[in-house]
Write a protein that binds this ligand. Structure first.
Ligand code: S3P
Length: 435
């Protein structure tokens, strides 16, 4: 499958985006081990979260789906999960694998976590290390999946100073910590998304967070609740950039999560001169939400503040496009984590930008992008959803048609992306590859 995008006229529009991926995964996992039912509204029915849904069903959880984005999870309590009869296949999802590893380390049965080729080549040592310190037993092939998790281990609490800023590692340790005696805590080198902490709080678990040290007392029970999932800011960022790059656009994206641990992309785009307003701030449960209004703007290059990296970790592909369309040079540093996402996102974006006529210099953990104009051509997503969508946005302002190859992965996080981008005026088609 590929996208064909031709120069587009993004205009005035009001849209919404599918539910937040991180929150949807957590609603399933925490709802499963809560006492009583959890109702989820606005669930992201993308492939990644559906992998988690299938895995939770394989662990004995009854989950009804009365509508495409509505779930009812019959929680079985902390100790109610059942042994799976087969390996749990988590597809493309690093979040599912790392959080499930934490959850399953505390269970009385064995389990095996596996995924697709991309996931099976991603580093899991970052969770194996702290979970092993807690007493978990996890076998892997050189720190890569499949992960073979031994059950019936009695977990002990730890204080873990995380060498990398990762919400997935933090969440894995906290979930295992629910099954450990004593207080388990992590110390973050930089703030990461705090959806696990907020949702545990909504379910009655006491979680502390003090100057980057986050933890909980083991043995606490969760109580099922109603979770309304905000629109995913990571998905909204593609529409935001399409509007910014257009000539006369004014786009309102309604009901988007604006949790401050996620809003780095807004801060970086504002620093580059974007015209963005967050309107009508409100809450969905414990998650802050707003409507994001974006108007066409002339961007200028900047040196992106490394302190914002963990708050915008999934938005760097689209920020490369912003940098390429900005006047002057943009310097990204401290983004080495991008090399171990669904693809090597620094290399993938450098490749895509160069194919569209932009000058990019790469380093191990950064890049320098020279602003310019996109030409037409053919670019590759490397099977990575965020690369595919970022390149499609670039293509809306290219001088000629652009073909973005290998885009089926877009469904992992943004089902309906083509229709959504088209609804703001993009000229985009999803086409089968010629044989
Ligand atoms: C996620 C955390 C991030 C992010 C991923 C989702 C989560 O990973 O890249 O898409 O839901 O916890 P890291 O925290 O490991 O960087």
């Amino acid at each position: 499958m590929h996208f064909k995008v031709t120069p587009s006229r993004i205009g005035d529009a009001a849209v919404s985006v599918p539910g937040d991926k991180s929150i949807s995964h957590r609603a399933l996992m925490l709802g499963a081990i809560a006492d009583g039912p959890t109702r989820v509204i606005g669930f992201l029915a993308g492939e990644d979260c559906l992998s988690t849904l299938t895995a939770m069903r394989a662990l004995g959880i009854s989950i009804r789906q009365p509508g495409p984005t509505e779930l009812s999870v019959d929680g079985v309590g902390r100790d109610g999960l059942c042994p799976p009869s087969a390996d749990l296949d988590l597809g493309n999802s690093g979040t599912a694998m790392r959080l499930m590893a934490g959850l399953l380390s505390g269970q009385p049965f064995d389990s095996v976590l596996t995924g697709d080729n991309s996931l099976n080549s991603r580093p899991m040592g970052r969770i194996i290390k702290p979970l092993s310190q807690m007493g978990a037993e996890i076998d892997s092939e050189d720190g890569r999946p499949p992960l073979r998790i031994k059950g019936n281990r009695s977990l002990r609490s730890i204080e873990y100073v995380m060498p990398i800023a990762s919400a997935q590692v933090k969440s894995a340790v906290l979930l295992a910590g629910l099954y450990a005696g004593g207080t388990t805590a992590v110390v973050e080198p930089a703030t990461t998304r705090d959806h696990t902490e907020r949702m545990l709080g909504s379910m009655g678990v006491e979680v502390f967070s003090d100057m980057g040290r986050i933890g909980l007392q083991g043995g606490q029970s969760l109580t099922g609740c109603e979770i309304e999932v905000p629109g995913d800011l990571s998905s909204a960022s593609f529409l935001m950039l399409a509007a910014i790059l257009a000539e006369n656009a004014d786009v309102l994206i309604k009901g988007v999560g604006i949790n401050p641990t996620r809003t780095g992309v807004i801060d970086i785009l504002l620093a580059m001169g974007a015209d963005i307003d967050v309107c009508d701030p409100r809450f969905m449960g414990k998650e802050p939400v707003g409507d994001i209004r974006v108007r066409s703007s002339q961007l200028h290059g900047c040196s992106v503040d490394p302190a914002l990296v963990s708050l915008a970790i999934d938005e760097f592909p689209v920020l490369f496009v912003a940098a390429a369309a900005a006047a002057g040079e943009t310097v990204f540093s401290g983004i080495g984590e991008l090399r171990v996402k669904e693809s090597d996102r620094i290399a993938a974006m450098a490749d895509g930008m160069r194919a569209l006529g932009i000058t990019v210099q790469e380093s191990d953990d950064g890049a320098v992008v020279e602003g310019g104009r996109f030409c037409g051509g053919r670019v590759d997503s490397f099977g990575d959803h965020r690369i595919a969508m970022s390149l499609a946005v670039a293509a809306t302002v290219a001088e000629d048609a652009v073909e973005v190859r290998d885009v089926a992965s877009v469904d992992t996080s943004f089902p309906g992306f083509v229709d959504c981008l088209a609804s703001v005026g993009a000229d985009i088609e999803l086409l089968e590859d010629a044989r």
